[in-house]
Design a binder for this molecule. Sequence first.
Ligand code: PGA
Length: 262
Amino acid sequence: MEVIICPDAEAVARTAADLFATYITRDTCTLGLATGSTPVATYKELIRRYEAGELSFKNHQAFLLDEYVGLDRDHEQSYYRTIRRELTSHIDIDDNRVHSPNGMSENPSEAGRAYDDAIKEAGGIDLQLLGIGTDGHIGFNEPGSSLVSRTRLKTLHPQTIKDNARFFGSPEDVPIHVLTQGLGTISEARHLLLLATGEGKAQAIADTVEGPVAAVCPASILQLHPHATVIVDEAAASKLKLARYYRYAYDNKPEWQQIQKA
Ligand code: PGA
């Protein structure tokens, strides 16, 4: 696993955008997008580079990690709407090629299978962006999720509902159920990119990078992935025992292994 420790959240966003750019400058690519607060700064940086004429998303497609069950996709807090508001309506990606699980399906199991099939048909995801919950979840795979799970219905942990209440007004308004890519689905992406900022994520990052691979910390599956990059700020890195080594290893990488700016 590649761990990159940046001085602050802005540097995390710039470094993540640099990594994104290595994919976006390809002829075509399939991006895995995440919602939540953490990726917003990276999306802003990507929009800035698009507006500056440095990047085009015209030939690319994207899949979201998850969606609330029972929220109409036009609801302001649906992830369908959120990703458009935060990224895709500001760039030149074809809106019909921005996919999300169907949270309004009467048959969530079938909707989950259909979503996995759509990812497969698209040729798989090249770069999957991930945030992390304070409880170590990725997507909405809460602690206890099967490490090989597929896209399916999950019940949110009360802590996640509390964490997300800020987007809804009150915890009672946060849907309890979601459709999320499974840990097995996420693991099939060719490159995983996990971002975390702030002290509140420090324990989850320590468990992810240095704890055992275990369902109690779903993000720990990154340890089993052949190409996983974790970009964190100082605060989120503050509980990493091997932080000094990660810095040393990153600073001394051969140039061809470093993230190249587009
Ligand atoms: P956040 O959420 O980026 O809003 O902290 C991350 C997550 O819950 O996956």
